[in-house]
Design a protein around this ligand. Structure first.
Ligand SMILES: [Fe+2]
Ligand SMILES: [Fe+2]
Length: 264
């Protein structure tokens, strides 16, 4: 068996998250012997969305592909960037006509071909096309072009994410949950060989509410008055999952949670 090792890094929260990626990712990549790195970058630019320079920071830090989510189009200039950069994926189930692509085929450093698919849930989120039917259609399009396929399921509801894991079990190598920024402890390989975790967490400031300064978030809960949310500052941490896949069959053999703090 030739094993491909893929690291999937949780949502990068603004400049502290980019700093964490810059400090920690290259070392993790070599220490964990990774052949391919996927990073969720939907919060890379100031906590909301992504820009060309912030995406370049993540590529320079060691990302091979960047996936996005519900904040994809928060920065207006991203539409043109998505059209020119095939390594940045927005959710595939945006309605027809949205700029950019929701999946792509890439090459790992080991030479294996890897398909990456970005999907977004629609339970407690903005209305978007059905991620389940979209996943079926994308897998039809990928066809035999990639045996190793990694899916980012960017969603709020745990049930929708788990259901996607089972929906794709045996058809993709991994379904990796993002968006809620809190790492869950349910990582496992499903019976037909798909690695699954409900959420891999975030890359950003540890003492925060999902990467933001707590006071403004608390005030919003106390008063229901929208206030300005600001990125927290301080000690950062990188959350990820490491997936090992048999490149001949596309089946995952293991998934492990990764948590790396800058002071460790
Ligand atoms: Fe999100
Ligand atoms: Fe996020």
């Amino acid at each position: 068996m030739s094993a491909v090792r893929v690291l999937f890094v949780g949502d990068i929260m603004g400049s502290p998250g980019r700093r964490a990626a810059g400090k920690l990712l290259a070392d993790l990549r070599s220490r964990l012997d990774c052949h391919f790195v996927i990073v969720n970058g939907e919060n890379a630019a100031g906590g909301l969305g992504i820009t060309k320079p912030t995406a370049h920071d993540l590529f320079a830090a060691g990302a091979d592909v960047i996936t996005l989510g519900n904040h994809t189009f928060a920065k207006r200039a991203v539409a043109a960037y998505l059209a020119e950069e095939p390594r940045v994926l927005r959710p595939a189930n945006y309605p027809p006509g949205a700029p950019g692509s929701g999946w792509g085929i890439y090459e790992a450093t080991s030479g294996e071909i890897i398909g990456v698919v970005s999907l977004m849930g629609r339970t407690f989120m903005n209305p978007i096309d059905c991620p389940f039917r979209c996943a079926d259609a994308v897998l039809d399009e990928i066809g035999g072009r990639a045996k190793v396929i990694i899916v980012d399921m960017h969603a709020e509801a745990t049930s929708e994410k788990i259901a996607m894991g089972w929906h794709l079990d045996g058809r993709v190598s991994a379904v990796i949950g993002t968006h809620t920024h809190v790492q869950t402890s349910d990582e496992r390989v499903l019976p037909n060989g798909t690695a699954y975790v409900t959420d891999i967490g975030m890359t950003g400031v540890v003492d925060s509410v999902l990467g933001l300064i707590p006071a403004a978030v608390i005030n919003r809960f106390l008063t229901q008055v929208p206030g300005k949310f600001e990125l927290a500052e301080g000690r950062v941490c990188l959350h990820a999952a490491l997936i090992e896949v048999d490149a001949d069959t596309g089946r995952a053999s293991s998934i492990e949670r990764v948590e790396q703090g800058e002071e460790l």
